[in-house]
Design a protein around this ligand. Structure first.
Ligand code: ADP
Ligand code: MG
Length: 682
């Protein structure tokens, strides 16, 4: 017997070249292959008679070859083979294009099983390129439910199918992780049957059952993982903070906190007084003032003698937090440091030394904080901003730099409940459902290209009033094929052809960190009137003087992303606007964008986005830190998720610490799932 971890090259017919093709599908081992599930099935089980064949509906039928196949060479590269077949109901003419195999195999007077669809464009029926098998051959492409696999260049469905079947024949499928009690309660197939049936189901119903089992399994592994983490954390201890009086902090604030901010801070302080590490998510729409909540938490940890690390997803955002928090907290005696990847090695070293000896109380940084070189004297609080960009494992990596520090996660993306359950199943939640006073809704419009002169006039008007504008483009460089605006070219056009008298700046993600920072800082200080950018500005950046956001080719963005972009304006006292442009003629797309113009409720927008685009796209590809589910679809399989969650709670209660093979298998699967999630992140 082979093992799941064996390379696929042990299969017959899989050499280096094939292995390379499979690698494109992330398939390296037999286990990967067995977990390469079909994306659909073709039911070829039913045999019909020729007279029952319907136009364009492929079906299987048994027929006898009525003449010798005749091949005509039409021109270079085109051979036509014609043959007539019949059963007791009718005759049928078959045509094969460039099919030597058919010409050689089909024998006059013998019967075969065919699978194909008749076309009705000729007088009488005709069928082109059916597949066929001899009666005495094993059913591979006919007389069965045929799995249809996700493919890549060079790999045909038949090859994948053959390899999967070989793998299943020589290797046991992944071990059972679901106890029988749970399988029975939820009507779930055992693992070995499910893995067989997903690849070679006897019927579509069986395929469906197999799929249900595998979806349940994925959710179960994930939920159990979260439950274990929760349990592990609950068993940890923290020294309760003695001093949670924030009078000095409140006195230093330039404004009054909103009710929601106060509530969130009180919840955090209550967590910090308990003897268990805090594990809290602060969720609030853009502009709700999450930074102040983070600052309060940081101040509290620091006045109790601990250090705090705030991790931001981009250098720009880290920089901005660094400035605003230094301004606020330095006068209160807090030493604030910055640590990002693009800093000079010497400066990084200095900051790291100060963190190690306690010279810095609060450090703000990017992924650079995670590096092994970064150590703390006493890390008491970890804050992750815009957390959806960080996965569970990254959170815990940072946490591991302290002795069970408190954890505070801040998310600006309103998350649909379904996803919240998945992403934050292990967190307590505070919601900032109130914007600071004086904020007016950002008026949003959708316009076509004919409005260009008016858009330009409007930009000019905003600038004349002393304000600034963002213009966001979907691409960095010109891309003719897609015909979408690129930031580079558009910035140049605006500067030279439209606003030669204004200052246009350019910002995109391919620039170096320091360069981006310089441009952003300059814009924030009013040194440019118009900032043309890609979505790098999506996250967090605060320029209260900006009152207009123009999004070019808005149909290229997800609604949640548009909502984030819109949140970049309306942060000051002045009335703000968002203009979406689109060339799209797709009614559904335009409908969606129009609906966006009328809503400011981030949660509603998020739900809509999830429905439209699915969870993979929800936060922008490759950034979500969401576990990569192979079969499950978060937007469709809600009930299954709920069942699996209930079952996993039950499982933890019964077997959580048990030393059974099932429990061990489950633990290793949990590890795998979370590693895969991290692997998808930038
Ligand atoms: P987000 O929740 O999007 O991170 P920020 O923390 O960046 O929001 O806050 C957005 C803006 O609102 C900042 O300029 C901040 O100084 C300001 N702000 C935060 N809280 C208040 C408040 N209670 N009253 C007035 N302005 C506030
Ligand atoms: Mg923020």
């Amino acid at each position: 017997m082979a093992r799941l971890t064996d390379p696929i090259t042990i299969l017959k017919g899989v050499g280096a070249a094939r292995a390379k093709q499979f690698a494109n599908l992330n398939i390296f081992t037999l286990g990967d292959l067995i977990c390469h599930f079909p994306r659909g099935y073709e039911d070829r089980t039913r045999l019909v008679t020729i007279d029952k064949l319907e136009v364009d509906k492929p079906a299987c039928f048994k027929a006898m070859v009525m003449n010798h196949p005749r091949t005509n060479h039409i021109r270079k590269g085109l051979d036509l083979t014609k043959v007539q077949v019949a059963d007791h109901t009718a005759r049928l003419n078959l045509t094969f294009f460039n099919n030597k195999f058919a010409a050689e195999q089909l024998q006059y007077g013998r019967e075969y099983i065919f699978y194909g669809a008749v076309s009705g464009d000729f007088i009488g029926y005709n069928m082109t390129n059916p597949v066929f098998e001899a009666l005495d051959s094993a059913p591979v492409t006919t007389r069965r439910v045929l799995p249809i696999y996700p493919l890549t260049a060079g790999l045909s469905n038949a090859v994948v199918l053959r390899c999967v079947q070989q793998a299943l024949a020589i290797c046991d499928p992944p071990e059972e992780i679901l106890p029988e009690t749970i399988r029975r309660e939820y009507g779930i197939l055992p693992a070995d049957r499910a893995y067989q049936a997903i690849h070679q189901p006897a019927s579509l119903q069986e395929a469906e059952l197999a799929k249900r089992r595998l979806i349940f399994e994925e959710f179960f592994v994930f939920s159990a993982g979260l439950s274990l983490m929760r349990a592990a954390r609950a068993s940890k201890t923290a020294v309760p903070y003695a001093n949670t009086d924030l009078t000095a902090f409140y006195a230093a604030l330039p404004f009054r906190l909103t009710g929601a901010q106060s509530r969130a801070i009180d919840q955090i302080l209550a967590d910090m007084r308990r003897g268990v590490p805090m594990n809290r998510l602060v969720q609030g729409d853009v502009g709700a003032g999450k930074t102040m909540v983070a600052a309060a938490a940081a101040f509290c940890a620091i006045q109790n003698g601990h250090q705090c690390a705030l991790m931001a997803p981009t250098e720009i955002l880290a920089e901005q937090h660094y400035h605003s928090l230094s301004r606020l907290l330095a006068p209160l005696g807090v030493t604030v440091g910055l640590l990002t990847g693009s800093m000079k090695e010497k400066d990084k070293k200095a900051v790291r030394a100060a963190l190690a000896d306690g010279g810095i109380d609060l450090v703000i940084g990017t992924h650079a904080l995670l590096s092994d070189a970064t150590t703390f004297r006493d890390l008491g609080l970890v804050i992750a901003d815009e957390q959806h960009r960080f996965g569970v494992a990254q959170r815990s990596k940072l946490s591991a730099k302290g002795a069970d520090p408190h954890l505070l996660v801040m998310s600006a993306t309103p998350i649909p409940r379904t996803l919240a359950l998945i992403l934050y199943g292990d967190l307590e939640v505070s919601i900032l459902d109130e914007l600071p006073p004086g904020r007016e809704a950002v008026d949003t419009f959708l316009v076509g290209e004919s409005y260009r002169p008016r858009i330009n006039a409007f930009i000019r008007k905003q600038v004349a009033e002393g304000h600034q504008c963002f213009v966001v483009c979907p691409a960095v460089e010109e891309n003719e094929e897609l015909n979408i605006k690129s930031a580079e070219l558009w910035a140049e056009t605006l500067q030279t052809a439209v606003f030669p008298d204004l200052k246009v700046a350019l910002l995109h993600g391919q620039m170096k960190g320091s360069e981006k920072e310089g441009i952003m800082a300059a814009f924030a200080q009013g040194e440019a009137d118009i900032l043309v950018a890609t979505t790098v500005i999506e996250v967090g950046v605060d320029v209260p003087n900006a009152t207009l956001m123009v999004v070019e080719d808005a149909d290229r963005f997800g609604l949640s992303q548009l909502h984030q972009l819109r949140g970049r304006v309306g942060r000051g006292q002045a009335k703000s606007y968002c203009i979406l442009t689109s060339h799209s003629h797709n009614a559904e797309t335009l409908q969606r964008l129009k609906a966006f113009c009328k809503t400011t409720d981030g949660f509603k927008i998020a739900e809509e986005d999830l429905k439209m685009r699915g969870p993979g796209d929800f936060f922008g590809q490759r950034q979500s830190g969401l576990p990569v589910f192979r079969v499950a679809d978060l937007s469709l399989d809600l009930q299954s998720l709920k069942d699996a969650q209930a079952a996993s709670v039950q499982w933890i209660e019964q077997f959580g610490t048990a030393d059974t093979p099932e429990a061990a298998a489950l633990r290793s699967r949990i590890g795998e799932l979370f590693t895969r999630a991290e692997g998808t992140m930038n």
